[in-house]
Design a protein around this ligand. Structure first.
Ligand code: IPD
Ligand code: CA
Ligand code: CA
Length: 266
């Protein structure tokens, strides 16, 4: 991987934070859990991992902006901004399901410059930088174009569990997909879902109600691996709208058609 200095810092920071996250996962019985809202939790592990990440990033680039899930902050447009999700997949983490990741992206406004998604339990580091490609543990990843239909696909999704009013339209799209694809997965960590699309493990991923920190790093991974990512109107507003369709070129359009036909909006 030949990355710029800030992206090398992001990679090093994610690896270091991963050691802490794994340690916190092993000691999760001591963890404090607080509720931020319905089905939205913050644990002492989220806070400790985020603190570690922000201290590393601030030490290296004190002038960059920061938007982090637990600390807050908005996207800066006048200077680069880190977008941080310390633990994507908190509910998995709380329940002892070893499927979660650290997600760090670098952006200026809504233009994503680079991103790292690190799964510390499998020691899988997905990293990408604009114009420099996408990698999984130093090996280049590229999405291979498949036929222009959904037959034989494996998709990933996330339920609109904080927007229950969207469920009827969501389920309409879900059952329309189920009629044509091989199957759909809901693993509970959107950053990893996107990284898996970039790695060709999933043919596509769709979800609504996400936040910028769930999406940013995974989005550049998909793009640099040769895939497409958009919102539900096939525009580029996914970071702000939180609605995402990411896939290889062959299935992005048929996925959008099913979502739009179901009347699912962001
Ligand atoms: C969540 C995960 C999950 C998605 C949720 C997100 P968190 O992030 O990405 O897959 O369905 O909407 O909030 O809260 O575990 O960081
Ligand atoms: Ca998240
Ligand atoms: Ca999180």
């Amino acid at each position: 991987m030949q990355f710029s200095p800030p992206m090398n810092i992001a990679v090093r920071t994610a690896l270091k934070a991963g050691i802490l996250a794994r340690d916190q996962f092993d000691r999760r019985y001591e963890m404090e859990i607080k509720s931020k809202g319905k089905n939205d939790h913050v644990t002492s592990a989220d806070l400790a991992v985020e603190k570690e990440i922000l201290s590393q990033l601030k030490k290296a680039y004190p002038k960059y902006g920061i938007m982090a899930e637990e600390k807050g902050g908005g996207l800066t447009t006048d200077r680069p901004c880190w977008i941080v999700d310390p633990i994507d997949g908190t509910l998995n983490f709380i329940h002892g399901v070893p499927h979660f990741a650290i997600s760090i992206a670098l952006a200026t406004g809504s233009e994503i410059l680079g991103g790292v998604v690190y799964d510390p339990m499998r020691d899988e580091l997905f990293a990408a930088e604009k114009g420099r490609g996408a990698f999984l543990n130093d090996r280049r990843i590229r999405i291979v174009r498949r036929a222009g239909n959904l037959t034989g696909s494996l998709l990933a999704t996330g339920f609109p569990h904080r927007q229950l009013e969207k469920f009827p339209a969501y389920l309409k799209a879900f059952s329309a997909f189920s009629a044509v694809v091989d199957d759909q997965r809901r693993q509970g960590a959107a950053a990893l879902d996107l990284a898996y699309v970039a790695a060709g493990r999933y043919d596509g991923f769709w979800e609504i109600g996400l936040s910028a920190w769930d999406i940013a790093a995974g989005a550049i991974l998909v793009q640099e691996a040769g895939g497409l990512i958009s919102d539900f109107s096939n525009k580029g507003n996914f970071l702000l709208s939180g609605a995402v369709v990411a896939a290889h070129e062959g299935v992005h359009k048929p996925m959008l058609e099913i979502i739009q036909e179901a009347g699912l909006t962001e």
